[in-house]
Design a protein around this ligand. Structure first.
Ligand SMILES: [Fe+2]
Length: 475
């Protein structure tokens, strides 16, 4: 449904610009690469298009790439200087305010303005899609769910082609807030409407991950590989999910095969959002004691080549994983020292990443380094106080589980049996099907001399892994 068709006027935008804008939105909703060209085509055809300029600003921010964001800020700044706010619609003014807030580093402020916008204009699909990603970057499960849920009641045309991707977003919000069955049902509706709705596919994939249904997850992804496995912005991340299933199934060859072919290789583009998946997978393998050859070295080199400044704490933690994994502890320490220096310069309340870094990013980075130094009691000291707040630095439950597992491993290795038992008890009751949890439970039982309980837990892990392994074999 186009902006025009929905009665959403676009200042300074001619017919050709509007046509490109609609194509850009369609590409954005389905994570297709042509979104960037289409957005540029809007402003080429209509240089005064407010929505075209706003869209270009958002696209410069959605990749969490500092340098792209800086270019987007420059370009939008020039446009903004010549813009008469009185001459544009209230909807466009809210978009301008949201884009300016985010360009200035205020993700929460941008998310709030987009929320106001969605209340007044629930058909504005750009406000919903961008707001949804902001909720993801700020790890806000409730807003991930309610921002979209609050708009869906106004999307009563069931044949509207953009209603499907909204259902995919809603499914992800439902999943992150723990409504797994409902999330799966809504996500499947989205994928039924548009088989190439990779965000909808991703939402369903998360529901399997969180319920330990990795055999179902493997089958679900295998059955529709043509729709998600290449040619979109989310394919690396969905391959990461596939690798998580394979890891739970105990198929290390498959995990490394996916890593080498999809997650990180010589042809990888080196985007932060892709490198972090590679880091997160190798870190899980490191925690489990698997040798991953020279993969850490290549990955750490890719992170180092980016020379990132303090921009997004969630990315920082994954860069530190790579440095620590590769044994480049001096580089990891350097990143931490740089972020500490920036925080010391002064409090910047309007910059979301400031608090993210101070409260979550730095403790996590320090813990990852301490883990590699085998200072497990220190890891516990750093992570235990923030383990219920990790969401504040963004990402999904599944992504942050790499950090939660670091705490479990550290508690086990530090001999903190009380804490390890508590953490594992939480985990096995929340997700009874998860070989990782049961194997860790078995190791704890070994340490406290309960051989019978260890054997039971190992048998349970083996049985659960076998089902996933069978699904992989039939793939
Ligand atoms: Fe995910």
């Amino acid at each position: 449904m186009s902006a025009q068709r929905q009665g959403l006027a676009m200042s300074g935008t001619g017919v050709e610009g509007a046509r490109h804008f609609e194509r850009a939105l369609d590409a954005l909703l389905f994570f297709r690469g042509e979104v960037a060209d289409e957005a540029q085509a809007v402003v080429a055809a209509s240089p005064d298009s407010v929505m075209g300029r706003v869209l270009c600003a958002y696209l410069g921010l959605l990749g969490t790439e500092e340098k792209e964001a800086a270019s987007a800020a420059d370009a939008f700044g020039v446009f903004r200087k010549g813009l008469d706010l009185a001459g544009i619609s209230s909807r466009e003014r809210l978009h301008v305010a949201a884009a300016e807030a985010w360009l200035a580093g205020d993700l929460h402020g941008a998310g709030r303005r987009l929320g106001e916008l969605s209340t007044a204009f629930p058909h504005d699909v750009l406000a919903l899609a961008v707001g949804h990603q902001i909720d993801f970057f700020t790890g806000d499960a409730q807003r991930l769910r309610d921002r979209i849920g609050g708009a869906l009641g106004s999307w009563d045309d069931l044949d509207d082609p953009w209603r499907g991707p909204l259902l995919g977003m809603y499914a992800f919000g439902l999943e992150e807030s723990g409504h797994y069955e409902h999330a799966e049902e809504v996500g499947r509706q989205a994928v039924e409407q548009h088989p190439q709705d990779v965000w909808g596919i991703h939402a369903v994939v998360h529901t399997f991950e969180m319920r330990g249904r990795f055999a179902d997850g493997i089958r679900f992804l295998d059955a529709r590989a043509d729709d998600w496995a290449s040619g979109n912005y989310l394919n690396v991340h969905n391959w990461w999910h596939y690798a998580l299933y394979a890891l739970e199934a105990g198929d290390l060859d498959r995990v490394l095969g996916v890593y080498d072919s999809a997650l990180h290789h010589d042809g990888s583009e080196g985007l932060a959002m892709e490198l972090l998946d590679a880091s997160a997978l190798l870190w899980r393998l490191l925690l489990a004691g698997h040798d991953t050859g020279d993969r850490w070295a290549a990955l750490a080199g890719a992170w180092a080549g980016r020379a990132d400044g303090s921009y997004y704490a969630f990315n920082d933690a994954h860069a530190v994983m790579a440095y620590a994994g590769a044994g480049r502890l001096a580089d990891a320490e350097r990143l931490v020292a740089d972020r500490e220096r920036r925080l010391a310069v002064g409090h910047r309340p309007g910059v979301t990443n400031h608090a993210m870094t101070r409260d979550i990013g730095l403790p996590v980075c320090r813990a990852l380094i301490a883990f590699r130094q085998e200072r497990y009691a220190r890891v516990v000291e750093l992570l235990a106080p923030i383990r219920h707040r990790l969401g504040e630095f963004g990402g999904s439950h599944a992504q942050r589980d790499a950090v939660q597992r670091t705490l479990v491993e550290a508690a086990l290795r530090a001999g903190r049996h009380d804490l390890a038992r508590t953490l594992l008890s939480e985990r096995v009751h929340l997700r009874p099907v998860c070989p990782y949890n049961w194997l860790a439970w078995a190791r704890l039982a070994d340490r406290v001399g309960d051989a019978a309980q260890a054997a039971t837990a190992r048998a349970r892990a083996g049985k659960q892994a076998a089902e996933g392994a069978a699904a992989l074999r039939s793939a």
